[in-house]
Design a protein around this ligand. Structure first.
Ligand code: NAP
Ligand code: GDD
Length: 468
């Protein structure tokens, strides 16, 4: 079985790749070029798994690329996870959010319809579709009332998938997934921001964690459980839409309280609104609230009714709320202990956001494309950031990335280098394989020496890259 994953470098891509490889799938993933040439969460996979993944370098907003990728790989299953997935960011960047989340999805369904109609599609829909829900809990029949540009874009994706299912008989299923988190969650999301902040404070930092709406209610599960549900949706006889969640809701405040508890710190909450603080037993203020992390509109009161998934897919969440928080906090505390838990700039200064800094409003990062929450993070696969004089600055994160291989680009595997025919100077072998696949070139080979020297002319007759 062959699977193609867009968004493979994100949180869900990390767990889905492992699940599919463990089931014997041939896995291909779309990776975007970025200036750091890193591979996001793929870099966190063990080397023996990482080298199994075929990489296709491109962007889902590029119809020609998506078309080529789908028609060449002809996957049995396509998991379309790629998205601008940060809700707060979508308020400041609605247009690019729509381009990626709507345009990208359209490119995927068109490519399947036109080039690989037997491919089964999973679309990453979201509980954000419910917005401020009319009913609690929410299931597949609850009306959608999105309350962010992100939610609107996902609603368009959801309906696009349904229309293609009915109009063209494409096997396309929508997951309506409630928040799912993990130790590889992006640092801008509140749960990871909290686990990182708690780890930092437990290591002795006196900077409080600064959050937004502590009363927001979410249904949080563990991402590893949810990718099993995605896979199960594509094993059904008919495409359909499914809610996945836990059926248990908590506030951001509760998540923070539990996270500090895992680190052995009991906190109590005092004050209200913007003046609310989380205080330790010895009177230290460990959590503050800032309006910069509030959104123009809040979607909350989420609670999943996943009874359809339980009945039809046999799916249920395996990880409890407390277990999830423990996994995340312990992971960040361990990373911190290894010196990689807190971003440091070359001079050794910590890259988290100082309290009272001049940060831009949430979703409106200044001077850098990452949102201000990223400042809290030990960042895998992203530029580390630090603030100086009220400006966000990038600082090198060499220590946080996977080890480099003899001067080759970040993310490169061991079997890389110009001695491979078909690998351009400075190119990672797996990227070269993906490029060869898309360009109809023969697969890079270790037997024949000498690179292409930049030539992209077609060699050999087979347009299909065969894996070993
Ligand atoms: P994530 O960590 O933010 O990952 C998003 C992925 O999309 C990354 O691999 C990113 O690549 C890729 N991407 C973004 N724009 C792209 C583009 N133009 N072309 C190609 N790739 C692009 O998100 P996640 O948490 O894994 O979520 C996966 C999907 O599920 C998303 O669609 C999200 O909206 C949806 N979802 C998530 C949750 C949740 O709680 N996690 C709940 C419901 C739905 P880079 O690494 O290059 O940025
Ligand atoms: N990010 C962030 N940072 N959120 C905060 C903060 C903060 O400092 N303080 C409070 N919050 C609140 C937000 O207002 C929101 O209500 C909640 O914490 C969760 O925010 P995020 O972790 O950013 O996630 P999200 O719920 O907006 O979106 C995630 O879940 C969706 C599913 O419902 C993303 O993964 C989306 O892609 C996904 O669709």
């Amino acid at each position: 079985m062959k699977a193609l994953i867009t968004g493979i470098t994100g949180q869900d891509g990390y767990f889905l790749t492992q699940l599919l490889l463990s089931k014997g799938y041939e896995v291909y993933g779309v990776v975007r070029r970025n200036s750091a040439r890193n591979l996001g969460t793929l870099q966190l996979l063990p080397e023996e798994l990482r080298k199994e993944v075929g990489l296709l370098e491109g962007d889902v907003t590029d119809a020609a690329f998506v078309d080529r990728a789908v028609s060449q790989v002809k996957p049995d299953e396509l998991y379309h996870l790629a998205a601008q997935s940060f809700v707060a960011y979508s308020f400041a960047n609605p247009s690019s959010t729509y381009d990626i989340n709507i345009g990208g999805t359209l490119n995927v369904v068109n490519a399947i319809r036109d080039s690989s109609p037997r491919t089964k599609l999973y679309f990453a829909g979201t509980s954000e579709l419910f917005g401020k829900p009319e009913a609690v809990p929410q299931n597949e029949s609850t009306p959608f009332r999105p309350r962010s540009p992100y939610g609107v874009s996902k609603l368009a994706g959801f309906w696009t998938v349904k229309v293609y299912r009915e109009a063209y008989n494409v096997f396309a299923s929508n997951g309506i997934l409630f928040n799912h988190e993990s130790e590889v969650r992006g640092p801008e999301f509140v749960t990871r921001k909290i686990s990182l902040g708690v780890a930092r404070i437990a290591k002795g930092s006196s900077e409080p964690l600064v959050l937004g709406n502590l009363s927001a209610v979410k249904d949080w599960g563990y991402a590893k459980d949810y990718v099993e549900g995605m896979w199960a949706m594509l094993q059904q006889e008919k495409p359909d839409d499914f809610v996945l969640g836990t059926g248990e809701a908590h506030t951001v405040r509760e998540f923070a309280t539990e996270a500090f508890r895992v680190a052995g710190i009991e906190i109590r909450w005092e004050g209200e609104g913007l003046n609310e603080v989380g205080v330790s037993g010895d009177g230290r203020v460990l959590v503050r609230v800032s309006k910069e992390f509030f959104r123009p509109l809040e979607a909350d009161n989420f609670l999943a009714d996943y009874s359809k998934a339980r009945k039809v897919l046999g799916w249920r969440p395996k990880t409890s709320f407390k277990e999830l928080v423990r996994i995340m906090v312990e992971s960040d505390m361990k990373r911190g202990a290894k010196g990689a838990g807190v971003p440091r700039c070359p001079g050794g200064e910590v890259g988290h956001r100082p309290s009272g800094s001049q940060a831009g409003p949430q979703g409106k990062p200044r001077g850098h494309s990452r949102p201000p929450e990223a400042l809290e993070a030990p960042i895998y696969g992203h530029q580390g950031l630090r603030r100086a004089s009220g400006r966000v600055q990038a600082c090198p994160v060499r220590k946080l990335r996977a080890p480099r291989v003899r001067g080759l680009p970040q993310g490169a595997g061991r079997d890389v280098g110009a001695e491979w025919e078909g690998v351009l100077p400075g190119e990672d072998k797996r990227r070269a394989e993906g490029r060869a696949l898309l360009q109809g070139l023969p697969r890079p080979s270790p037997q024949r020496k000498g690179g292409y020297s930049g030539s992209t002319s077609r060699r050999g007759s087979s347009p299909i890259w065969r894996r070993r």
